[in-house]
Each structure stands twice: as C-alpha cells, then as structure tokens.
Ligand binder design. Structure first.
Ligand code: UDP
Length: 236
C-alpha cells in the first residue's frame, strides 16, 4: 500500500483510445490491455473511477446538419456503449464494477449519484461514469474534471495516444518539445491539446493534477499511481 502515491484516481479514456488502430469502434486488444492495468491498480488498493469518451462512435460535431442537442445526445449514448464494454471486460476478470450514467438509463446502469459512487469506490468497485456531464455542449473531458472533483479523486490519469504534453503536435512539428511538468495556466495560454479549456479550468480551480501518458505502454498506469514520471504532470 505504501508504494501508492494516489489512493483514489480518475482515469479518463477517450473513445479514440478505445478504438486503437482501427480509429473507430472498440478494439478488443486495447480493452484487454486497459482492463489488465485497471485490475493491477485495484489489486494495489487504488480506488479507480473511469470517465469514458465516445468519439470512437460519435461526437457532437459530426452531426453538422443536425440540431446540436440531438447530436450531443448521440455522443453521450456513445459513451455508454464504451462504458458497458469496459464493464463487461472488467467483470470477466473478476473486478466488481458499476456503470453510472449522467442521463438515466435505469434498465442498463445506475443513475449518477455521488454518494453511491463514493461508496462503490470505497468497496473497491470500479465506477465507470458515462454520458459525461449529462449536459449538451460539454465534453467528457469536462465530465472527467467534474466527476474527479465530486468524488475527491486525487489525480486524473489521462491515457493518450501520445506520451505526454508537447509544445506543438510532434507529428506535424519536429521541433516540438515534451514537457515533464506544466502549469494549468500555461496549458490554457499556449492552447495545448491536453483536455479542453473548461476541463483544465475546473481542474485548476479544484487543484486536481493531471498525469498525461501514453496508453501504448501497459506499465504506465501503475507507474503513474506510484508517482513515477511517465509523461507530463499538469498542476500549479
Ligand atoms: N457529450 C456531451 N456532453 C458531455 C459529454 C459528451 O454532449 O458532457 C457529447 C458530445 O457530443 C461529445 C460526445 O458526447 O462530442 C463524445 O464525447 P467526447 O467528444 O468528449 O469523447 P472523446 O473525445 O473523449 O472520445
């Protein structure tokens, strides 16, 4: 237990991350890898909450001729598909889980109730939050920041397809440099692609650090909860 730096973490998984190389849908390989890492964290005694994105199926902006609200509702439904996939994979490994949705779907998941979520976490269950904030015009990044603040997570683990926060997109700009540490304000002022600005502001206000790391190294999550340097830390 002493080797853990963070006792309660919130893991943000984007839809893109879950899609793996296919870029859409759900990659069984990725889900296998992520759920193995979550299992290791649980076995270490870490309380794990997860916020899943939905971009591997739908994002609000894809419905450019649609009413934005409808398109965002579709996006939130997409996050629920991912939450159920993750739940199924975790339960098949003997990990107890609950999915809580910010929009009620009582037949398939619990509605989001903060006190229940905290109880589940204390009992060692992985709580998977779906539907982001439950409000249109927001993202699951903001959902992650909000839920992390609400359940008093000590850190947000941001699993990315890239291994940290860079000064520019390293795929486009070869002079881009990676930061080991960066402040919330620098992320906002430099408009760096970590999470959207609303999410970063919420983390800043609540003093919740972010650890941004590459998900293609399956040792990163465990290292991150032990406080090892795995990518970039965003904090004050
Ligand atoms: N969404 C929303 N409100 C929220 C969270 C998500 O309306 O609080 C919708 C929005 O349309 C978004 C989509 O759900 O584009 C999928 O979420 P997101 O884009 O954050 O997923 P990710 O990029 O993490 O895969």
């Amino acid at each position: 237990m002493s080797e853990i730096k963070y006792k309660r973490v919130l893991l943000k998984l984007s839809g893109e991350a879950l899609a793996g190389e296919n870029k859409a849908g759900i990659s069984a390989e990725v889900v296998e890898d992520i759920t193995n890492q979550i299992k290791q964290m649980i076995e270490l005694g870490v309380q794990v909450a997860v916020v899943v994105g939905g971009g591997n199926f739908w994002r609000g902006k894809y419905g450019y001729n649609m009413e934005k609200t409808t398109s965002d509702h579709m996006g939130m439904l997409a996050t629920t598909i991912n939450a159920l996939a993750l739940q199924d994979a975790l339960e098949s490994k003997g990990i107890f889980t609950r999915v809580q949705t910010a929009i009620e779907m009582r037949e398939i998941a619990e509605p989001y109730i903060r006190r229940k979520a905290v109880k589940h976490l204390e009992k060692g269950r992985v709580v998977i939050f779906a539907c982001g904030t439950g409000n249109t015009h927001f993202t699951t990044d903001t959902g992650a920041a909000l839920r992390a603040a609400e359940v008093n997570a000590e850190v947000i683990l941001v699993a990315k397809t890239i291994d940290g926060v860079y000064s520019a997109d390293p795929k486009v700009d070869p002079t881009a440099v990676k930061y080991d540490k960066i402040s919330y304000m620098d992320v906002l002022n430099k408009d760096l692609k970590v999470m959207d600005a609303t999410a970063i502001s919420l983390c800043r206000e609540n003093n919740i650090p972010l650890v941004v790391f590459a998900m293609n190294d399956s040792t990163n999550m465990i290292k991150a909860v032990k406080g090892e340097n795995v990518g970039t830390i965003v904090s004050d």
